[in-house]
Write a protein that binds this ligand. Sequence first.
Ligand SMILES: Nc1nc2c(ncn2[C@@H]2O[C@H](COP(=O)(O)OP(=O)(O)O)[C@@H](O)[C@H]2O)c(=O)[nH]1
Ligand SMILES: [Mg+2]
Length: 250
Amino acid sequence: MPDNASAQQSGQPAQGPNEHYHQPLNQPRALRIGVAGPVGTGKSSILATLCRELADELSMAVVTNDIYTDEDARFLRSAGVLPTERIRAVETGACPHTAIRDDVSANLDAVEDLEEAYGPLDLVLIESGGDNLTATFSPALADAQLFSIDVAGGGDVARKGGPGITGADLLVINKTDLAPHVEVDVAAMVADAERARDGLPVLALSKHDPESIARLADWVRAVLVRHRSGTHVPTDPGPMAPHSHSHDGS
Ligand SMILES: Nc1nc2c(ncn2[C@@H]2O[C@H](COP(=O)(O)OP(=O)(O)O)[C@@H](O)[C@H]2O)c(=O)[nH]1
Ligand SMILES: [Mg+2]
């Protein structure tokens, strides 16, 4: 149903399972959302959660990036949240951050293959390999990006900055259910993050907290509305931590 629902929304005729689809030139391609952040902060879990929440209303696919394995793709396939063939792994070799930032061709090929095979797609989620704490997506690959940190990393992570924390379209402070166990004050962590982000949104999330999951899904829906109306502008959080100095020659 999601394929047909999407096709009808976009004015395309509904298709049978064996028909081959080509993206019409005048139709916006799928929204591509990147999910970055340090290893273990819950990126794969966020992808699984979003698939669970949105796959009934949107036609979706997933691309994962791993150094030598397809571990993340296998986790997501076994979670049963999307048809397995809609989950592709890009094996990046030594530098997963390069594959999402400097040379995004393998990722773009994976996204385009998925669109060709299962299109029209509404949403493609891309998980970063996460070998680098500050890795961010190139806007040539991700239209919008979410950066994930977790309370288990300590309450001061949000204050330490870095391009994902300060500039990603959404900062997720994940695993809030663990906060009491690691003596972190979630409200203070959110406030620190908000100060670092100059008005960009911050979301306290736990896979065990349905309200927070609903807010995450609503953020994706809102980006999709802007993407479809042509008002969403992909931005680059930047390759390095922000710094301030004058460029006016003074
Ligand atoms: N308690 C708790 N654990 C979580 C949450 N999200 C993810 N995890 C766990 O954190 C670990 C790492 O998650 P994963 O999604 O693989 O992180 P990734 O390396 O960033 O992709 C796994 O054991 C998850 O079950 C959460 O909201 N709460
Ligand atoms: Mg993962």
